[in-house]
Design a binder for this molecule. Structure first.
Ligand code: BES
Ligand code: MN
Ligand code: ZN
Length: 506
């Protein structure tokens, strides 16, 4: 989608669909909405008075503009921002996404918008510009790759951000461009996440990573099965043992000119998780095609770092394999040695994410990054604990955790921190090995994180359990209109980008 910033009056924009905001319980329109409404003869004000426009969050009311009007748009879409005193960037995202979806439903090829709610200084206009562009592009995402039938509607191809103030408009250019890159990367991550397990295999993930690396001239290394064996990465090989497809460990290095710090991001890339010998129930198992979302996010984040010239070095790493039952599968009771020499007793083959991440994290720690953040659809327990609205955050470094919590608020990818108290570690002790791969039902997300901690060698590290936030399964009571339903959210991309920029100077 094209995104352009135009300096001028909203009334002068030639567009099939001009989006203007209104607050709930607002007696009359204000700002740009007021200016346009005056030219429309007060039609919006009348609709408010008649209770046809309430301004409730995400409400979209489309008015047709008569020929010969001083307003050049064909339609004006009045979008509700909710209550003025509750205004937050998330409300702007919801409003922008709702308006964009309406434009698509009307089969329009373009839309224009003012930057909502920034008039009275409640929000930073640059931030509002960013979230408006991000939410619009995210809202128009659909996954069509597997259907023969062409999509029923084509999404709008052009978004115009119109701004009356010349200085502001100039400032919007860079922000809008970055927001567009961000949303495009998110949509590519969604493509990978939602794609079927027979389509996105470990080799395909490696290929996607290579495409990104080649496009930006980024250094990439792909370890195949033999290299994993030669390096002693027996944990990845154990999970892979039941699959006919070979595993990979991929690392990508984005180097920023003049940067001194390196952020490592590590992703879980289980391209299908059946549970293995500890097989999962059949119901909903198809959603385990999403179990490589951490890896997809790593590829996306490295891509975004290069596209936006992020001022920190990024080492992106992911391990990928299927987890399947077969005569050659790894088994409960088996013991394997990971890359850092630690041994693990396998109690449940369905706790495979932490197993492949053990090798990936140990290898990453050996590269001596300044911090490691891993992303993984790791535990059903985390989904139970936090539902769909927060990513579980676990860290051995409170400064890192605080920066991620802040980045979560700013980016919209909210996180909630859980404890890593050593006492929980009792649950993953065993006499059979250095550690065991499950700690029982209680505190399952925490014991999984404590297992990972064994492999980071004291590096400042944070673990993001995205099991609840990576995709919408259609059963959720509330899915934000910028997220596809059902489908993958692309969680983590915006979070990491905002985090990295704050971390650089922290
Ligand atoms: N990929 C799953 C976790 C998951 C569950 C992600 C639901 C998204 C939605 C993971 O590999 C898994 O199976 N975890 C087990 C761990 C248990 C066996 C200790 C779980 O959560 O049940
Ligand atoms: Mn599993
Ligand atoms: Zn899994």
């Amino acid at each position: 989608m094209d995104v352009v910033v135009v300096h001028g009056s909203a009334a002068d924009i030639e567009t099939p669909f001009l989006v203007l905001p209104i607050f709930e319980e607002q007696a009359e329109p204000s700002g740009a909405t007021r200016m346009v409404d005056d030219l429309l003869g007060g039609e919006i004000a009348r609709l408010i008075a008649d209770n046809e426009i309430s301004g409730s969050l995400g409400e979209v009311t489309v008015l047709h503009v008569a020929g010969g009007s001083a307003v050049r748009a064909r339609r004006v879409a009045v979008v509700g921002l909710g209550k003025r005193d509750e205004l937050a960037p998330e409300n702007v995202r919801i409003a922008a996404a709702s308006a964009a979806r309406r434009a698509r439903d009307l089969r329009l090829n373009a839309l224009a918008t003012v930057v909502h709610g920034a008039d009275d200084g409640a929000l930073d206009p640059l931030e509002v510009c960013r979230v408006t562009v991000e939410a619009t592009l995210m809202a128009l995402y659909t996954y069509e790759a597997q259907r023969q039938e062409p999509p029923k509607t084509r999404p709008p191809e052009r978004l115009v951000v119109v701004e009356a103030d010349a200085d502001r408009a100039r400032g919007f250019e860079a922000v809008a461009a970055t927001a567009r890159e961000t949303a495009e990367v998110i949509n590519r991550v969604r493509d990978l996440s939602v794609a079927p397990g027979n389509v996105v295999t470990p080799a395909v993930l490696a290929e996607r990573a290579r495409e990104v690396a080649d496009r930006h001239g980024i250094e990439i290394t792909v370890f195949g099965k033999d290299e994993l064996a030669a390096k002693g990465m027996h944990a990845i090989l154990a999970v892979n043992a039941g699959s006919v497809l070979p595993p990979v460990l991929v690392s990508m290095r984005y180097t920023a000119p003049g940067a001194t710090r390196t952020l490592a991001v590590v992703g879980k890339g289980i391209t299908f998780d059946s549970g293995g010998i500890s097989i999962k129930p059949a119901e909903h198992m198809e959603f385990m095609r999403h179990d490589m979302t951490g890896a997809a996010t790593v590829i996306g984040f490295v891509d975004l770092a290069a596209r936006t010239k992020l001022p920190v070095n990024v080492l992106g790493v992911f391990a990928a394999t299927e987890n399947l039952p077969s005569g050659s599968s790894y088994k409960p009771g088996d013991v394997y040695r990971a890359y850092n020499g630690k041994t693990m007793e396998i109690v449940n083959t369905d706790a495979e994410g932490r197993v492949i991440l053990s090798d990936a994290l140990a290898w990453t720690a050996e590269q001596k990054p300044d911090a490691i953040i891993d992303l993984a659809t790791l535990t059903g327990a985390c989904q139970v604990a936090l539902g769909d609205h927060a990513t579980g955050l676990f860290s051995n470094d409170q400064r890192l955790a605080d920066l991620l919590l802040q980045a979560g608020e700013v980016s919209g990818d909210r996180c909630w921190q859980m404890p890593l108290w050593p006492v929980y570690g009792e649950q993953i002790k065993t006499s059979m090995a250095d550690v065991r791969n499950t700690g029982g039902r209680r505190a399952g997300a925490i014991t999984a994180a404590l297992f990972l901690k064994e492999f980071v060698d004291g590096t400042p590290w944070a673990h993001l359990d995205i099991a609840g936030t990576a995709y919408a399964d259609g059963e959720q009571k509330w899915v934000a209109p910028y997220n596809p339903r059902p489908g993958a959210t692309g969680v983590g991309v915006r979070l990491l980008w905002h985090f990295a920029r704050a971390w650089k100077d922290a």
